[in-house]
Design a protein around this ligand. Structure first.
Ligand code: PMP
Length: 396
């Protein structure tokens, strides 16, 4: 029987990372592969009390449908928080609650992309976004990056010479996979270019609040004068991912389209999840919780960077992220990180090879390391094992 699937399925395959995560689930594996928050920081005891309180105080409401835009008190709190973090004049009406920010990425594809349209993105970029957009059969044109993110001269050149650009996808804060952050000058220049050519921007910002050092920088959305920036936020990294709550903040003309596709997709985000997270923010202090997360992650980052400095052979470079969850490693160009992976797995340590993060294929001599999910002693042990594999490959 020849089952005929939609043409859009041709280009889709399971995320390599998700496949790899299955391998790394064995408890003996020290995994720097996923992008998972530290589970020991989840407020389990607090949420036990909160869930009982939500059901006792408003059980019937919590188990009922709610509006597509989301539970109003939660949207109000999201808007208030955004206004304390470099934004102004955001109100609940600018917010749509989504099932994680991942759903906002899928919606962006659905709202903006016809087959053959062009998406501009950083190179490398977040694999989950590239896969979400792929379902809408676009062409990816990757804009070269350096240590300070997207290179603006290259961006403008590409815009001038490329037809059918429908949107630009960027992660300016502690990017996944590189951990890099765009400095202020780049942000300003980027918005100048965007305003000139009037192209919608998806600003994906799951990590912006997890800054360990340096000065906090304004989001692109806060510099947006023409309503072109669609900001995606999430509770996944500042609270926990299990509730699957994120949000889209955009100008009314754009947000109404996102609301429309949310209706068609799943009607609304889970009412009870939204009420529980909202109640947590009433009873506890989310900012204090974020501080606690940062204080653990910064130590893990420091240990990872220090061990890499001490153990990695000459010719290996890595980023120094000022926040977020990842560092990005570049090994000598004749080596292939994917080919070295089985040797690492043999030693019970895992990373994600970098090639897949390049939308049009690319540099195989790179890999991503996550430091949020492993205790410090495991980080030291795991990095030493990767160093052994690298030294052997380099022939030291
Ligand atoms: N964007 C980026 C850059 C991410 O790294 C992730 C998750 N790792 C997401 C979006 C999706 O996260 P969530 O759906 O949990 O909000």
């Amino acid at each position: 029987m020849a089952i005929k699937f939609a043409k859009r399925m041709d280009g889709l395959k399971g995320s390599e990372i998700r496949e790899l995560l299955k391998l790394t689930e064995r408890p003996e594996v020290i995994s720097f592969a996923g992008g998972m928050p530290a589970p020991e920081l989840f407020p389990v005891e607090e949420m036990k009390k909160i869930s009982v309180a939500v059901l006792e105080e408003g059980g019937r409401q919590a188990l009922q449908y709610t509006t597509t835009e989301g539970f109003a008190p939660l949207r109000e709190k999201i808007a208030e928080r955004m206004n304390t973090k470099n934004m102004t004049n955001i109100t609940k009406d600018d917010i749509l609650v989504t099932s994680g920010s991942q759903q906002g990425l899928d919606f962006a594809g659905k709202v903006f992309l016809d087959e053959g349209d062009v998406v501009l993105c950083e190179s490398p970029s977040y694999l989950g976004a590239l896969n979400a957009f792929k379902a809408y059969c676009p062409k990816f044109v990757d804009v070269p990056t350096d240590d300070e993110g997207m290179i603006m001269e290259e961006l403008e050149k590409i815009i001038q010479t490329t037809d059918r650009i429908k949107m630009i996808y960027v992660i300016p804060d502690f990017q996944n996979p590189t951990g890099r952050t765009w400095p202020m000058e780049r942000r300003k220049k980027f918005m100048e270019i965007i305003n000139k050519y009037e192209i919608p921007v998806i600003e994906d910002n799951p990590y912006g609040e997890l800054r360990f050092e340096g000065e906090s920088l304004p989001s692109l959305k806060s510099l947006d004068e023409k309503g072109l920036v669609i900001f995606l936020g999430t509770f996944s990294k500042i609270f926990c991912p299990g509730y699957r709550l994120g949000w889209t903040c955009a100008a009314p003309e754009i947000l109404s389209k996102f609301v429309f596709v949310k209706q068609g997709s799943d009607l609304q985000a889970s009412t009870i999840s939204q009420m529980e997270v909202s109640k947590f923010m009433d009873v506890y202090n989310l900012d204090e919780h974020v501080e606690k997360i940062k204080s653990v992650y910064v130590k893990r980052r420091d240990v990872m960077l220090k061990t890499m400095e001490e153990e990695f052979p000459e010719g290996v470079k890595f980023t120094h992220p000022e926040g977020g969850l990842f560092t990005w490693v570049e090994i000598p160009s004749h080596l292939n990180a994917k080919e070295l992976m089985p040797k690492c797995i043999e030693k019970n340590v895992a990373y994600v090879a970098g090639g897949a993060f390049f939308p049009n294929g690319g540099r195989e001599n790179t890999f991503r390391l996550n430091y949020s999910n492993m205790p410090e002693e495991k980080i030291v042990e795991g990095i030493k094992k990767i160093a052994e594999v690298l030294k052997e490959a380099i022939g030291e």
